[in-house]
Design a protein around this ligand. Sequence first.
Ligand code: HEM
Length: 399
Amino acid sequence: MSETVPVVDGLPMIRGGCPFDPAPQLAELRRDHPVARMVFPDGHVGWLVTGYGEVRRLLADRGMSSRGDLLRTPIPLPMAGDRTEVAPGMFTAMDPPDHTRYRRQLTAWFSARRTRSLEPLLAASVERHLNAMIASGGPVDLVTAFAEPVAALAICELLGVPAAQREVFSRSISALFTVHSSAEEAIAGWQNIGGLLMGLIHAKRAEPTDDLLGTLAADDSLSDQELATIGSVLLVAGYDTSKNMVALGTFALLEHPEQYAALVADPALGEKAVEELLRYLTIVHAGSIRAVGADMEFEGHRFAAGDAVSLSLAAANRDPALCDEPDRLDITREPLPHLAFGHGIHQCVGQPLARLELRLVFEMLARRLPGLRLAVPAEQVPTTPEMIIYGVRKLLVTW
Ligand code: HEM
């Protein structure tokens, strides 16, 4: 069957008319060829998988590897050519048993009780930034006035980063996420983050704290280097995602006024709204990526060891196999088993925090700003289709 499948030249990223719908080519592929071939930026011919069932099964398949020395990025990132050895602690790029060893400690920390304990602090942060926005009178850029500081505070609280260093952290992280960064800027970004984290780790080793990094620092079996790497993985994985879900989620609600009105009428819909926005927007639109560990058959195709596989979470979450009218945003839907946080052993470890943060954000936005609306035409809102994480650069709103 492999001979008849189309070969796609790179992961389709550029969107059509609607800024919330994935690239139109993905829907065609999902309908006709949910498993297709794809040319990766380095010329390697691997696979592109777009069907919900197919993506979900592969993410759960232990034959698929996340080893960093085997993976290829589906888009041309500044450091994409560097398929070097995986640093100790870079658990996202490891398979079991190495991955399991690190992951277990993080999962234990993100207990329901611990997540709940962050609620008062996150709620206060959301409230404070909403107050400042309201006081400024508008129009304001919701990205810089709200999404960035709320997301930065959550991740910095999680790790125990002091307020004075948050600005530098945020800028270094942003440099890693755009194709507009040079390799030098991306490397400098990593070095900055590493240096800042190392300082924190030394302080936490000397004086233990209750935050995630402090808890990990109490474990002597983890080296300083491992801790710094784990910390940077959490920052990178947690900051841009949360920021973009807040800003893009707000944009989507304002472009669907009847949905925002439903939330305003009943802010308790917040939890369902978050699940639906996660599914509908699937901001990790260049993910997930895996490599085939050993030759295998999949849906009549022969996957060879070492083949790169791009698993489109965005296409999968719009599959009619998942729900009725998948292209419609409906915040009253019963929560679906969507793949916005991935699936299987690498499924998002920060999802309890992300869910809490987003619920507080959308509930409180609806309560405090029932008249929220865009201050510019939707076509003028700049989006980021070229980034691993999809979102908006700027969102001018008023109320
Ligand atoms: C709305 C926000 C978020 C979204 C949409 C999101 C999405 C994802 C996705 C799709 C994956 C799976 C990647 C794969 O299959 O390879 C993932 C993994 C991960 N996420 Fe998130 N994430 C979010 C927030 C966070 C937060 C707040 C944190 C940390 C505080 C975080 C930490 C991680 C980590 C460490 C992994 C890797 C897990 C592993 O390899 O075992 N994420 N996330």
